[in-house]
Design a protein around this ligand. Structure first.
Ligand code: GLC
Length: 500
């Protein structure tokens, strides 16, 4: 007997798509569903796999601290601890118009930022979604696309009503290039790509100076800009958050990728000793902590699902920490658990499940939606499974999926707390406390993510962990990039080049 339809409606997803929802009673169905008891038994198994005890977290923090220290001492370590040539904190008085081009994990953005001083700013921006082909095609083509978008933006925003340019002849606009991938820097306007992360694989780019590649594209399209700085999103976030709130000492991105930056004493960055930079200075460090525990896999508790995610990725062995945390992977981890239960004959017996069998079809946004479903019947979860995957679920199964999402989301937040705790511990910020500027889709959209990070910090440090608070950061990739461009200009004007 086919289940009776009890009602219908629709929900608009964050992606803008509309999803139709039909509620049914499943008690009368003839599909062989798993019993409530079976689902509860399975859940217990996954609970033990995905749960991190405070003791385990403290062990991870210790290993993390060692990796951070090693990265500062020697070049080319697993956690590369990249000196960014961003010197010290902004004054908050930086002002002027700056362009920022932000090549992130999912989108390309062009921004015009007007810094007004006193921690205030205005911004105009245009966003473009990057296609999978663009991420894998020739690197130079990707930079050409960036240049084309930049040109369109300038043509639109710097012309009067009659289409005449508002720029003076020969005028060049200062541009910050936010390129959020690991790059070795020997100056602020240079960056050699160590490796692509976040699923990118554009050819002929790794090992090359991406600033130079982008400059070629700028010249090709004759764009009136001068690239003053190449910036990581975490560094931008650190500076932008401090610009508006000087209590910020650390910045973390929880988005398609996961990474952190903080301000270090130059005297502690042993590996750049020979550059002869003033030992009293401070410099922002882009940790690239997503690489923690890569290759050797000695410290992080990886499940078999994490190992599959890693081994089937375009970069096996790399970004071990990021693969347990970031938005690019969480949905895939959950999908792999579901597929295992399908293979074991526990879930969806007698139903067509091929739609669930394609890697990465289960988006991390679905985990957010599942965890935030406010209805007793879990209508949102019904909607996700029927609309996107054409399978029927019982309430017991939906409760299981929601609990599973919680386990995976909570583990990600608690591991992130370990990373933050490592920087806090290393820098001695615990007693006086500090703010952690945080940004990215996971932080901004995943329900309870921040609370779980805070809970993790208390598990690691005890009550004192409450001194460390994450706060929603200012747009580091746009505003931060502009502030860094302004700080760089000030250093150049003060004759402090070549070390800017
Ligand atoms: C990846 C990148 C890193 C970036 C982070 C967040 O980890 O390697 O540079 O900061 O994603 O976007």
């Amino acid at each position: 007997m086919v289940a009776s339809r009890r009602g219908s409606g629709s929900i608009t997803l964050p992606t803008g798509q509309t999803m139709a929802i039909h509620t049914r009673t499943h008690e009368e169905e003839d599909l062989p569903h798993a019993t409530k008891k079976t689902m509860a038994d399975h859940l217990r198994k996954y609970e033990s796999l995905f749960t991190l005890t405070p003791q385990r977290m403290r062990m991870i923090v210790e290993a993390f601290k060692d990796s951070l220290e090693l990265g500062l001492q020697k070049p080319k370590q697993v956690v590369p601890m990249i000196p960014t040539f961003v010197f010290g904190w902004p004054t908050g008085k930086e002002s002027g118009d700056f362009l920022a081009l932000d090549l992130g994990g999912t989108n390309l953005r062009v921004c015009l930022v007007t810094l007004q001083g006193e921690g205030k700013f205005e911004m105009t921006q245009t966003k473009y979604r990057l296609t999978e082909e663009q991420k894998q095609d020739e690197g130079q083509k990707l930079f050409d696309f960036c240049a084309e978008c930049l040109k369109t933006f300038i043509d639109t925003n710097f012309t009067d009503e009659d289409g005449n340019s508002l720029l003076k002849p020969g005028e060049l606009l200062p541009l910050g290039f936010t390129f959020s991938y690991p790059c070795y820097q020997s100056r602020i306007d240079h960056g050699e790509l160590i490796r692509w992360t976040k699923g990118f694989g554009a050819k002929n780019t790794e090992g090359r100076d991406v600033a130079e590649m982008f400059r070629q594209s700028i010249e090709k399209y004759k764009i009136p800009v001068v690239m003053t700085a190449i910036i990581n999103d975490t560094t931008g976030t650190l500076i932008a958050s401090h610009y508006v709130n000087p209590k910020t000492k650390i910045a973390v991105i929880f988005g398609t990728g996961c990474n952190a930056a903080y301000m270090e004493d130059v005297s502690n960055i042993e590996k750049i000793n020979e550059l002869g930079i003033n030992k009293q200075d401070q410099m922002a460090i882009n940790c690239e902590w997503g690489a923690f525990d890569s290759f050797e896999h000695e410290h992080l508790p990886r499940t078999k699902y994490d190992i599959i995610v890693d081994e089937t990725s375009n970069k096996p062995g790399e970004q071990a920490f990021e693969k347990l945390i970031s938005g690019r992977y969480l949905g895939e981890i959950l999908r792999l658990v579901i597929c295992e239960l399908i293979d074991e004959g526990v879930l969806f017996l007698g139903q067509e499940t091929y739609k669930l069998e394609t890697p990465y079809v289960f988006e991390t946004a679905f985990l957010s939606l599942m965890e935030s479903d406010p209805t007793d019947e879990l209508l949102m979860i019904i909607g996700i499974f029927t609309h996107f995957f054409a399978v029927e679920t019982t309430l017991a199964e939906r409760q299981f999926f929601r609990a599973l999402a919680m386990l995976i989301g909570r583990r990600a937040a608690r591991l992130s707390a370990c990373g933050i705790a490592a920087i806090v511990g290393k820098m001695g910020y615990l007693d006086e406390g500090c703010l952690v500027g945080a940004d990215g889709s996971l932080y901004n959209k995943y329900p309870g993510f921040a609370d779980r990070v805070h809970e993790g910090l208390v598990d690691i440090f005890g009550e004192k962990g409450r001194n460390i608070k994450t706060v929603h950061a200012e747009d580091g990739s746009g505003v931060g990039s502009a502030i860094i461009a302004a700080m760089t200009k000030a250093r150049r004007d003060a004759g402090l080049y070549p070390h800017v």
